[in-house]
Write a protein that binds this ligand. Structure first.
Ligand code: ATR
Length: 329
């Protein structure tokens, strides 16, 4: 088990946390409540203590699950949630991003109610509001810290300049970015800035939304209403075929050292810098247990070098066109 700090002076968490989105949204049918609560409890029993959710994930459904699971053991879980994207519950679509104080206050009240708690450990702006200076949103978030509703502030998918401007207003404990063997943009500026300024980098989609687990093949693709089947550019057509070939190299590295592709993918992320923690998503206890064993995998420089070359060859952007306008922002 590897423990890492969440922000300068912040609490330590297991470096392998749990991304909870897939339990309620995006990847096909949501989990049944009892099953999800059982999985969340099992995760806690196995030393996972960092749970990542958002208002957006199932428009409240995911926070409701975490509330059900943790309301009677609140202090054992480090709960991170997010606000910003505004959606329509009936249509299940996202209309835009609202980083205003009014929207933040509406969102935090709802999050606390659904999570059945009076504080969140880490409150993120999920995406920067393109129509508003970051200072305005962070000033509002700082009030929640003063009021005791929020223990620390995080930002998601911000660029280095936005992070610097935010830091001038209030300490930022964590920055969340997509980071994996397939997605390394964060390494250019944001990760070094986080390292220099004591910010924890929370790596989401470390398994490339499942692509780096080896679970998908030419014959076994995401289907139905699964976000990857419908939207995700890396899972479409020729890009999918090309990316699967890259996964084969990961498979060879994993096989040679008797680990699974997922374990190697997670070990690669954790090897990047000691201020990185990660939140792989899963709906299955067996996968969660296997992922935790990634903490025991130390990659050699030769293995790292084989994997380092893959990101440049990946086909397709990580989000569709609209989604790409809201990242690295
Ligand atoms: P996200 O951040 O979007 O959740 P991710 O963490 O990169 O993305 O990948 C999540 C995907 O990897 C999920 O589809 C998950 O499927 P299960 O719910 O079936 O587990 C899959 N996944 C996670 N760990 C896995 C493992 N050890 N083996 C196979 N698939 C795994």
């Amino acid at each position: 088990m590897i423990r890492r700090q969440m922000g300068r002076g912040g609490p330590e968490v297991n470096a392998i946390g749990l991304g909870c989105m897939g339990m309620s949204a995006a990847y096909g049918e949501p989990m049944e409540t009892n099953e999800a609560v059982k999985l969340l409890h099992a995760a806690l029993d196995r030393g996972v203590d960092h749970f990542d959710t958002a208002e957006l994930y199932g428009f409240g459904a995911n926070e409701t699950l975490l509330g059900e699971a943790f309301h009677d053991r609140r202090e054992k879980a480090f709960i991170a949630t997010k606000f910003g994207p505004i959606g329509n519950l009936a249509e299940r679509t996202v209309r835009g991003v609202d980083g205003s104080e009014a929207n933040m206050r509406r969102a935090i009240e709802q999050s606390l109610r659904l999570l059945r708690t009076d504080y969140v450990d880490l409150y993120y702006l999920h995406r920067k509001d393109p129509s508003r200076p970051i200072e305005e949103t962070v000033e509002a978030m700082a009030k929640l810290v003063q009021e005791g509703r929020v223990r620390a502030i995080g930002l998601s998918e911000v660029n280095a300049e936005t992070l610097r401007r935010a830091q001038a207003v209030h300490p930022i404990a964590a920055v969340q970015w997509e980071y994996s063997i397939f997605t390394r943009d964060v390494e250019a500026e944001v990760l070094p800035l986080c390292w220099d300024t004591g910010v924890t980098l929370v790596a989401y989609s470390p398994l490339g939304r499942g692509m780096l687990t080896g679970a998908f093949t030419r014959d076994r693709r995401p289907e139905g209403q699964d976000y990857r089947a419908v939207v995700s550019p890396r899972f479409q057509g020729e890009a999918y075929e090309a990316n699967l070939q890259l996964v084969e190299e990961l498979g060879r590295v994993a096989e040679a050292r008797g680990a699974t592709p997922s374990q190697v993918a997670l070990a690669w992320v954790l090897a990047s810098k000691p201020n990185v923690v990660t939140i792989p998503g899963t709906t299955k206890l067996a996968n969660l247990e296997a992922n935790l064993k990634a903490a025991d995998v130390t990659l050699t420089s030769e293995e790292m070098a084989r994997l380092d070359g893959l990101a440049d060859k990946v086909k397709g952007t990580r989000y569709d066109e609209r989604g790409m306008t809201l990242v690295n922002a």
